[in-house]
Design a protein. Structure first.
Length: 387
């Protein structure tokens, strides 16, 4: 098979490097009625919010804090209400991927005439207009600062769903690696593993002779493998932080996924684990991915061999032995990032697997993977293999 046709366009202006927060005033209309969104308050402690305030001196803005990891629909609708009351016409997200995802939903919901939950629940594109926004990224992980997607949770119903629209791509994003120095180890680990799995979702499928995308994806994986553990042991190394930040942006920025088949089954299963048990998004991915690769080793045979050889340098043994060695190396990397790869590592015994499968069915996730061949019974087997 050959590379698929594709259209590639990104309108986001990226401001990369230390001190770039000072330039945000040039990116926002001078007369904007601005809302600043953020999460739990770490940006107040590490000085990032002070930098934002300094850059916006003399501008009108209101603030909305408290957007959670795995941002909740309930919280975001409070932000929508505030934005409507203040007639907000530009939003600045300051934080990690959850804040950016939440801001995308706020931006779309503000100009959506119907029930805002439809944006997620109807599983179709409904956001054809949105309030413009930019972001100051403080946690590299999701790539949300450079793409058109977001994932939102609804606590009251136990749902975690995604939506996509070109109308919620940020107008600009500031990527200052120095803002990540103070991140807790857990968030560093989450970011590295999330970016790693974003890459494998687009790379570990089947060959279509997309040499540029393959080599780019392999370069991202090698960078994450090299610098991920270093970020834990050398937290103030600017070069390490810069490489990880750029790798996470590129992992889900559209480049490596252009013209190639994509999987995303690990994410769909992982979303249900997070919604049901509250484990971190990346933790759910670390549990699901190795088991999924083993379950799908025949369907992904050629790319798993390529992955084992090019990324892990595994060239000895039979093809099956090399594939298994590559999967084991993946598990060992996640463990080096201090992330367990079994349900038991998070205190789960697997008894909730039927409930997870029921949620997948409820959300229409009944034919997953790059060939849509991963059925509900396969999802159950994958989770069972990850006990």
């Amino acid at each position: 098979m050959s590379i698929h046709n594709f259209i590639y366009h990104r309108a986001t202006r990226l401001l990369f490097g230390e001190g770039q927060i000072a330039a945000i005033a040039d990116e926002i209309p001078a007369d904007a009625r601005l809302m600043i969104t953020y999460g739990g308050g770490s940006i107040k402690r590490n000085g990032v919010l002070d930098q934002v305030h300094a850059a916006l001196a003399g501008r009108f803005y209101v603030e909305f804090g408290g957007i959670e990891p795995n941002p909740s629909y309930e919280t975001l609708m409070q932000a929508v209400a505030l934005a409507r009351a203040e007639q907000i016409d530009f939003i600045l997200a300051v934080g990690g991927g959850s804040v950016v995802d939440g801001t995308k939903f706020i931006a779309g919901a503000l100009r959506y005439a119907g029930d805002a939950w439809d944006i997620l629940a109807r599983r179709e594109r409904l956001v054809f207009d949105a309030v413009p926004f930019g972001c100051v990224l403080t946690l590299p992980a999701t790539g949300s600062e450079f793409n058109a997607g977001a994932v939102i949770s609804r606590r009251s119903t136990g749902d975690k769903l995604d939506f996509h629209s070109p109308n919620v791509i940020p107008q600009f994003s500031v990527l200052d690696p120095a803002t990540t120095y103070s991140l807790p180890e857990r968030q560093v680990s989450n970011g590295v593993v999330d970016a790693f799995v974003h890459t494998t979702e687009q790379y570990l499928t089947y060959p279509v002779d997309a040499k540029v995308q393959d080599r780019f994806a392999e370069g991202l994986l090698l960078t994450l493998i090299e610098d991920g553990p270093r970020a834990l042991s050398e937290p103030d190394d600017y070069a390490v932080r810069a490489n990880l930040m750029w790798a996470a942006t590129m992992a889900l920025g559209g480049t490596i996924g252009a013209g190639v088949p994509q999987d995303w089954a690990t994410h769909m299963i992982g979303h249900e684990l997070t919604a049901m048990h509250g484990i971190d998004h990346a933790q759910s991915l670390a549990v699901v991915l190795p088991s999924l690769l083993r379950h799908q080793r025949q369907a992904k045979h050629a790319k798993l061999l390529q992955y084992a050889g090019r990324v892990w340098g595994i060239t000895a043994g039979t093809e099956d032995e090399r594939i298994e060695a590559g999967i084991r190396a993946t598990e060992q990397f996640f463990e080096r990032m201090r992330m367990p790869t079994r349900l038991s590592g998070y205190g789960l015994d697997g008894s909730s697997i039927p409930a997870v499968i029921a949620k997948l069915e409820e959300h229409g996730m009944t034919a997953l993977g790059e060939r849509r061949g991963i059925r509900l019974e396969d999802c159950a087997a994958i989770l069972d293999g990850a006990r």
